[in-house]
Design a protein around this ligand. Structure first.
Ligand code: GTP
Ligand code: MG
Length: 445
């Protein structure tokens, strides 16, 4: 049985075992079937030697790839790797001489305009890889501005991702911190400038906005230790971000399981956690579409969370504990960030899921509360009771009033305690808030 199936099987068993009405179950099963049938087609192109193969090998679980050989001699130079629900098209870019370039351009254009059996464009996303170690990116601009973007159709900004590879040797190997596997400040500035200039050249040439990122696919030479990638999780995060939500689960089982690949990234974002959340979002939005689970998605998709966690073990950190952490974040994400009441209050005030307050409370929960002797018990109790409380509040005509009083009497004060490092006081007030809400529940029936 393929891994892919194992993951969808977990979803199926979650749905079958869920304690929900049959009618809701059948809606979920229908959604699941649709998710199972999704295919992602990713085109990877760029000049010879830019690192297409290295990137594919670093990102994905290539042991299971089948390489397709084109029957049409004209398209033979586009290699197809079939990883079940994920299909990779590895296509040469320009720079191989006039005749070859014309052929490559023609093949790329043909592929970009190809439709699947439902009549939708086949290629979901084009990843253009630039070689960060070369000064002359002229042929790459030609490829992007004249071949790819004009053939992406209406939704062009979402169908292209530009990534500058070989960040480690962009200044001929200077200013790379080999011990910590990251750029030193002068190289970082050089790479930031490069990304900015690529962005500008594309904007000038086509009017289209892309946000290039830089990374290193890693380097392996016979007899030498492997240099692990840099910013590979960032690259994957952007790939998933550009993939339609309903297709994202097709990545889950195809991601490289080697932990080494994922650990070194810039610290602008926690990409590894964000990737887990991207999958959680799909479960939340697509798997439960049209079904009424009363806000209790987390308790339905427990096995699914575990299957995501085990598939992404390498990405999130290998060890079992971390995989379990990943599961928790999937499940808790599905249930509104695991801070139901805080989330609901923030939503009432139009604050995003990554707002300062929610981040602070999650941090409090995971870095401190969980480690207290009664921490796990309090969190578990909260998980079981809070979704119901939120559901009840949302049905009250004076819900705004209720949320305001929760905010003013409890959450704002809890936040001040966290800010001043008084976690114990925050916990006491939080327990008090929960007791107050349990009592209020009867009034809200
Ligand atoms: N230092 C360094 N070398 C890299 C990196 N990525 C790839 N390379 C090296 O660059 C060379 C070309 O990489 P490939 O992955 O074969 O490039 P490609 O785009 O698939 O090349 P073609 O298939 O020939 O078009 C190889 O020697 C890689 O080891 C990187 O991030 N850093
Ligand atoms: Mg190659």
């Amino acid at each position: 049985m393929s891994n892919e199936k194992k993951f969808f099987d977990a979803m199926e068993s979650d749905i079958m075992n869920a304690n929900i009405p049959e009618a809701e179950k059948s809606k979920l099963m229908k959604n699941l079937l649709q998710l199972k049938n999704q295919k992602i087609n990713l085109m990877i192109t760029g000049a010879t030697g830019s690192g297409k193969s290295s990137t594919i090998n670093a990102l994905f679980n290539m042991d299971v790839a089948q390489v397709g050989v084109g029957v049409d001699p004209e398209t033979m130079d586009i290699a197809e790797y079939d990883l079940d629900n994920l299909v990779l098209w590895d296509s040469p870019g320009l720079g191989d001489g006039k005749e070859a370039d014309n052929r490559h351009a023609k093949n790329i254009i043909k592929k970009l305009n190809e439709r699947d059996d439902k009549g939708n464009l086949l290629i979901d996303l084009v990843l253009v890889i630039l070689d960060g170690s070369t000064r002359d990116l002229g042929t790459s601009y030609e490829l992007i501005n004249q071949v790819i973007i004009p053939n992406l159709g209406k939704n062009n900004e979402n169908r292209i991702l530009v990534a500058i590879n070989q960040a480690d040797v962009a200044m001929k190997g200077k200013y790379w911190d080999y011990d910590n596997n990251r750029p030193e400040p002068p190289l970082k500035k050089f790479l930031d400038d490069k990304a900015e200039s690529v962005k500008r050249r594309i904007k000038e040439g086509t009017g289209v906005d892309v946000d290039p990122i830089y990374y290193s696919a890693g380097f392996k030479e016979e007899g030498q230790p492997q240099t692990p990638p840099y910013n590979l999780a960032k690259l994957l995060y952007y790939i998933i971000e550009h993939t339609p939500k309903e297709k994202r689960l097709s990545f889950v089982e195809n991601i490289n399981r080697d932990e080494e690949m994922w650990k070194d990234n810039d610290d602008l974002k926690d990409y590894r956690k964000s990737i887990v959340q991207q999958f959680g979002e799909t479960v939340k939005d697509c798997a439960t579409k049209g079904a009424d689970l009363g806000g209790d998605i987390g308790s339905v998709f427990g096995e699914t969370g575990r299957a995501v966690g085990s598939a992404l073990g390498g990405l999130v950190g290998g060890a079992v504990g971390v995989a379990v952490g990943a599961v928790e974040s999937v499940v808790s994400f599905c249930t509104g960030g695991g801070c139901y009441i805080t989330t609901a209050t923030c939503e009432e005030y139009g604050k995003p899921d990554d707002c300062y307050e929610l981040t602070a409370f999650r941090n409090f929960r995971d870095s401190w509360l969980r480690k207290q002797p009664d921490g796990e018990r309090l969190i578990a109790q909260y998980y079981r009771t809070a979704p119901r409380i939120v559901r009840l509040i949302n049905r009250q005509p004076d819900r705004s009033e209720i949320y305001r009083s929760i905010r003013d009497n409890y959450l704002s004060k809890c936040l001040s305690y966290i800010e001043s490092g008084d976690n114990e006081k925050c916990k006491e007030l939080y327990v008090e808030m929960m007791e107050h809400l349990y009592e209020e529940q009867d009034r809200w029936h």
